[in-house]
Design a binder for this molecule. Structure first.
Ligand SMILES: Cc1cc2nc3c(=O)[nH]c(=O)nc-3n(C[C@H](O)[C@H](O)[C@H](O)COP(=O)(O)OP(=O)(O)OC[C@H]3O[C@@H](n4cnc5c(N)ncnc54)[C@H](O)[C@@H]3O)c2cc1C
Length: 297
């Protein structure tokens, strides 16, 4: 595509720490609506990640101003092919109308918004995980012309512009977000990525540099399913008072790391963001549920 540009941040609005804090993250609300889009491109961007590009007139005012933004994506029923999803409350209006029937929806990171003379397109990178549900299963079969409905992002919070260091702890589902974090902090912010991946992970560095546009992200690979490995990995990289840390992946695996950051290192909340993106054995995990039920936020 030509004359592409990425979406501007949502209108800044004060959230969280004071604007003078190095960890201040400008934020704002986006128009909250349901957008129906059709697939115009499918690309295998890594052995286990599939990039799907969606477009349609509904996306004309789509915006996403933060690296941890998420959209709720509604998928067709794998059996009937019927796509049951919310609709927009009205042209240009804020709000959605929920359908009567059951829906199949999962959370995804709006990776990139591209504006061209042909319209606005949204890229989403799907991890083709080993126990595919409606989302991963749909992605593995996706082709041009398929339709999805995207709701959100409701709000956006930008990356901190004053942190000297950024430490990212991400599994495959959070690597799309990791590439946004790397791209959306200043070039002077040093970035360490602890990538939790199955297999040899040799593709991660290339994926991160080609997607983020940064080739200076320091990579640290960790195998999955070892909660005890995350704390030493983060300690080895180091978290100092100038570091912002974002972690996302399998919720239970993140519990020891969250405890370490909160209790042992006693990091202020403004410096840390730990997020359960999925939970082993749970379909459609609600990421608003506490990661550590014994110690909710
Ligand atoms: C804010 C946010 C942003 C996200 N961004 C992305 C993104 O950009 N790309 C992306 O691929 N995912 C992303 N995810 C994760 C994605 O929503 C989940 O992996 C989702 O469960 C996939 O839906 P599904 O229909 O394939 O599986 P589900 O029907 O939800 O689950 C079916 C089974 O698969 C298991 N499962 C789910 N995810 C995984 C996994 N990663 N590895 C192994 N087993 C799994 C479940 O535990 C369950 O047993 C994000 C999640 C959140 C909360």
């Amino acid at each position: 595509m030509t004359d592409a540009s990425t979406t501007p941040a949502a209108a800044p609005r004060s959230q969280g720490p004071d604007a003078a804090s190095p960890f201040f993250r400008a934020g704002g609300r986006n128009r909250f609506t349901a957008r129906r889009g059709r697939v115009i491109a499918v690309e295998q961007v890594a052995p286990v990640l599939l990039r799907v590009r969606l477009t349609g007139p509904d996306f004309a005012d789509f915006s996403s101003g933060g690296p941890a933004d998420h959209v709720k994506v509604f998928f067709p029923d794998p059996g009937s092919g019927e796509l049951v999803a919310p609709t927009a409350a009205g042209p240009g209006e804020d709000g959605i109308v929920r359908p009567d029937g059951p829906t199949l929806a999962r959370d995804f990171t709006p990776l990139r918004v591209t504006r061209t003379t042909d319209g606005v397109a949204l890229d989403i990178d799907f991890y083709l995980h080993p126990s595919p549900g409606p989302a991963s299963g749909w992605a593995s079969r996706a082709q041009a012309g398929d339709e999805l409905v995207v709701v959100g992002p409701r709000g956006s919070r930008g990356a901190p512009q004053g942190a000297a260091r950024l430490v990212l702890v991400c599994d495959e589902t959070a690597l799309p977000s990791a590439t946004r974090w790397a791209a959306e902090v200043p070039a002077t912010t040093t970035v360490d990525l602890i990538a939790v991946t199955a297999g040899d992970g040799s593709w991660v560095a290339e994926y991160v540099s080609s997607t983020s546009g940064r080739d200076d992200v320091r990579m640290h690979l960790l195998p999955p399913d070892d909660p005890d490995a995350l704390v030493p990995a983060v300690d080895a990289v180091g978290v100092d008072p100038a570091t912002f840390l974002f972690a996302a992946g399998e919720a239970s695996t993140l519990i020891p790391l969250r405890r370490h950051l909160k209790r042992t290192l006693a990091l202020p909340a403004e410096q840390v963001s730990v997020n359960g993106y999925w939970k082993r054995g749970t379909a459609a995990f609600d990421h608003h549920a506490p990661i550590d039920p014994s110690d909710p936020d």
